[in-house]
Design a protein around this ligand. Structure first.
Ligand code: GDP
Length: 352
């Protein structure tokens, strides 16, 4: 698996979209990610979780395996960010404008819209983030016949009339609840038009029905409607998530790398000027927070969550942007930009 795609600005070579996953507690956010990755973080595999924000990179090949072998994917993959509690999501957003390109809002089909669903909705509206609704736990409809990992239309065809009746009643109720929130939402496949209106995807995080649909819709929607945002830029856009000491590496920083390309040896500017010693990522499909080994890269293209090792990182500050000095840049200008950004972050921290 290569994460080192070539850097070229074109509509057919886009960066990976960044997707956040939100919803009421117990709606199945973690389980859904587990189902996509083939892991068991929800069941306690992540004994080593040390931080709030999780991230998983899903390479295009893996998405293809789960969807259609002939799916046209113009993005190298999908970066899924998992923020328990929406406070961290709000922080994440305030750290880097436009950090999440799209969100998955998980709704339990048996519970409908709950308090935190509505809070998530309000955040998404406020930040003008487009989202797909995973109408989760369809396997809990009474009498559901499991069709592991099947596309949802195929799975629904296998169900009895009673199951379909219950499905339709609950779906209608939830559509009404969305209307009460001022949102017009329908099953995604009732129209070929891609967009906000047609964005409900029924899923099961246990048996995997609807997961192919969810992944395909995420990729196709973003690569079709967000070309400008997803085009590679020459400027690196990167936000520090966490500063921490890692055995064998000294003080490292975890960053959300939103756009551009990074190399080992690049000169970076935060509160200090230093040089990237190593660019590390978790293995694809593995969760950043689960302790494991890292892959080392000469070059990484966005989007990705990466760990950077370098001298002097103990002075880095979470929430600030990382600037990269390119040959045509003036170091003093870059330092000035970094300083201004740091002051803005400090003011935000003071206020909260
Ligand atoms: P989170 O709080 O949103 O991250 O929810 P979890 O992923 O921890 O799931 C909460 C509970 O619901 C767990 O016991 C899961 O096993 C269960 N669960 C999640 N998704 C599904 C699903 O699609 N079907 C069924 N039957 N149970 C699910």
């Amino acid at each position: 698996l290569s994460l080192d795609a070539t850097f070229e600005q074109s509509e057919d070579n886009l960066r990976s979209p960044i997707c956040c996953i939100m919803g009421h507690v117990d709606a199945g956010k973690t389980k859904l990610l587990d189902c996509i990755r083939g892991t068991n973080v929800q069941g306690g595999e992540a004994g080593g979780i040390t931080q709030q924000i999780g991230a998983t990179y899903l390479p295009a090949e893996k998405i293809r395996e789960r969807t259609k072998p002939d799916a046209t994917l113009k993005v190298p993959g999908l970066l899924v960010i998992d923020t328990p509690g929406h406070e961290s999501f709000a922080n994440l957003r305030s750290r880097g404008s436009g950090l999440c390109d799209i969100a998955i809002l998980v709704v339990d089909i048996k519970c409908g819209l709950e308090q935190q669903t509505i809070e998530s909705l309000n955040l998404l509206k406020m930040q003008n983030t487009k989202f797909i609704i995973a109408l989760n736990k369809v396997d809990r409809l009474f009498g559901w016949k499991k069709c592991p990992n099947a596309p949802i239309k195929k799975a629904l065809k296998q169900q009895s009339e009673d199951v379909l009746n219950e499905f339709n009643i609950r779906l209608t109720q939830i559509i009404t609840q969305f209307k009460e929130q001022g949102l017009n939402r329908e099953l995604y496949y009732t129209s070929k038009k891609m967009g906000e209106t047609f964005s409900i995807v029924p899923t099961s995080a246990i048996s995997g029905e609807g997961i192919p649909d969810l992944l395909l819709l995420l990729v196709q929607w973003t690569q079709k409607t967000m070309v400008e945002k997803l085009t590679y830029s020459n400027e690196v856009q990167c936000t520090v998530l966490e500063v921490k000491v890692v055995e064998g590496h000294g003080t490292t920083i975890d960053v959300i790398f939103v756009n551009g390309v990074l190399h080992e040896g690049d000169q970076i500017v935060g509160p200090i000027v230093t040089t990237i010693r190593a660019l590390l990522t978790p293995h694809p499909m593995e969760e950043l927070r689960v302790k494991g080994t890292y892959l080392r890269h000469n070059e990484v293209t966005a989007s990705m969550v990466i760990k950077i090792t370098a001298k002097g990182l103990q002075h880095a500050i979470a929430g600030t942007s990382l600037y990269v000095v390119r040959p045509d840049h003036d170091l003093e200008d870059v330092k000035e930009a970094a300083m201004a950004d740091m002051k803005a972050v400090m003011r935000r921290i003071d206020r909260s």
